[in-house]
Design a protein around this ligand. Structure first.
Ligand code: PMT
Length: 405
């Protein structure tokens, strides 16, 4: 049996005595059916030959950002998107420091920065280096960002010292990779639609009614869903964000356009996440020509837009529906009201103000569902999205299990 069949593991190897054990780890992963791409730091090649790893994995080892031949075959950004999980074994003190600082000065650290895949590190270093406050502070930063840590083990070290710093054994690292991949592939084969960003409602050919949504939260949710293996269609209002890897993007302008794009994509969707800040009203008529400022006042009659989320939730064969609620006050009460009124399975409420929720990089959510709730504290939108998606997966699975029984 090959429990990791076709799962994509990027194995980073950095410069430590334990690098030789990475060959055994690669062998175990290949035996489990995984596609393993090895990326070594230049110094790591002093400890183990790239040929050995190439022979085990059947793939040329990558060690440079500036290798024109390899970049032509699969560029480093593509490689970052390819990985379902990144494992660094052994991870030196220096590599941990680079990861904590977010520097990208070689291929491996660049890939870690460019990837949304879960990261597992197996530290290996002298016991005094491991115990040093600088290393411990870096570990704290990485753990806070969700990096998984395995080891180090305690024992006799190559330098003769005794203590914590030995790389964990390959069989145990393999077990941790299994756990991560089992968790991270929870939505494989599921189609998910996400809306993100604002809508623009035309007043005339050059003016519109809009709002401050940047799309950051919705794009982060879409990426987190892809990291769980989902097949994601992202319906995006006008935003200036690049398309995250592995996503089908449909760009729209108005609420009506967003409504049509969502309903065209809906057949077969298992989950719908409505993160867009859809304008509730639009001008009853958009002037065909630019409105001239002939009068002191301008009255624009506004009419209701379709409520996309409510309509999806009320549709036959509806998907699991997750809404967002942007509230300036009394967040929980209003969010509960929307959960019920729109017939949702889950709602993620955020407090918004001139400096919170919209546009900024960090956010916090109160997630509510029938019979439960969870607060997700202030953190980067990408990390928050990963936690929200874990909750979605739990509730979605619980609901599917009930329906099947
Ligand atoms: O894009 P960012 O700058 O990162 O900001 C993120 C965010 C603050 C926009 C996001 O976190 C958020 O809260 N999105 C929902 C904003 C909103 O419109 O909330 P609402 O309470 O007005 O709407 C409730 C729900 O109904 C939302 O899921 C909304 O997408 C949906 N809706 C609303 C109106 C409408 N006509 N159709 C809808 O589908």
């Amino acid at each position: 049996m090959q429990p990791l069949r076709a799962r994509r593991v990027l194995l980073g190897i950095t410069a430590g005595i334990a690098a030789y054990k990475a060959a055994e780890l690669a062998r175990l992963l290949v035996k489990d059916g995984a596609d393993v791409q090895v990326v070594m730091t230049r110094s790591a090649t002093q400890f183990i030959g790239a040929m050995t790893l190439q022979a085990i994995t059947g793939r040329p080892v990558r060690d440079s950002l500036f290798d024109a031949q390899h970049e032509a075959a699969m560029g480093h950004i593509e490689l970052a998107r390819w990985a379902e999980v990144i494992v660094i074994a052994p991870a030196t003190a220096s590599t941990l420091a680079h990861l904590a600082a977010g520097t990208a000065d070689d291929l491996l650290t660049t890939l870690c920065l460019a990837s949304t895949a879960p990261l597992l590190v197996a530290p290996a270093m002298n016991q005094a280096m491991w115990a040093h406050p600088a290393t411990q502070a870096n570990i704290g930063v990485l753990s806070g960002r969700g990096t998984q840590l395995i080891g180090p083990a305690v024992g006799e070290q190559a330098c003769g010292d005794q203590g914590a710093g030995r790389m964990q054994e390959p069989a145990q690292i393999r077990g941790a990779i299994h756990d991560l991949l089992m968790k991270s592939g929870a939505l494989r084969g599921k189609r998910v639609i996400v809306t993100a960003g604002p809508t623009r409602e035309a007043i005339d050919p050059v003016r519109f009614v809009g709002n401050r949504s940047s799309g950051k939260m919705g794009f982060a949710v879409a990426s987190a869903l892809v990291a769980q293996g989902a097949d994601v269609t992202l319906v995006a209002g006008p935003v200036a964000l690049p398309t995250p890897g592995g996503i089908t993007r449909i760009d729209v302008e108005s609420a009506d356009d967003m409504h049509d794009a969502v309903f065209t994509s809906l057949p077969g969707a298992a989950i719908f996440v409505a993160c867009a800040a859809v304008a509730d009203f639009r001008p009853a008529r958009a002037a065909e020509q630019k409105i001239k400022k002939t009068d002191e006042t301008l009255v624009v009659e506004m009419i209701r837009n379709p409520d996309i989320l409510s309509e999806v939730s009320a549709s036959p064969a509806r998907p699991f529906c997750v809404g967002f609620a942007a509230e300036t006050h009394d967040v929980e009460n209003y969010a509960r009201g929307k959960l019920l009124a729109k017939g949702l399975d889950m709602i993620a409420a955020n407090q918004v103000s001139a400096s919170q929720g919209f546009e900024v990089d960090d956010n916090a959510l109160l997630v509510l569902w029938e019979g439960g709730q969870q607060r997700l504290p202030m953190q980067s939108k990408s990390r928050l999205a990963a936690q929200l998606v874990e909750l979605i997966v739990d509730r979605f699975n619980a609901q599917t299990a009930t329906e099947d029984s």
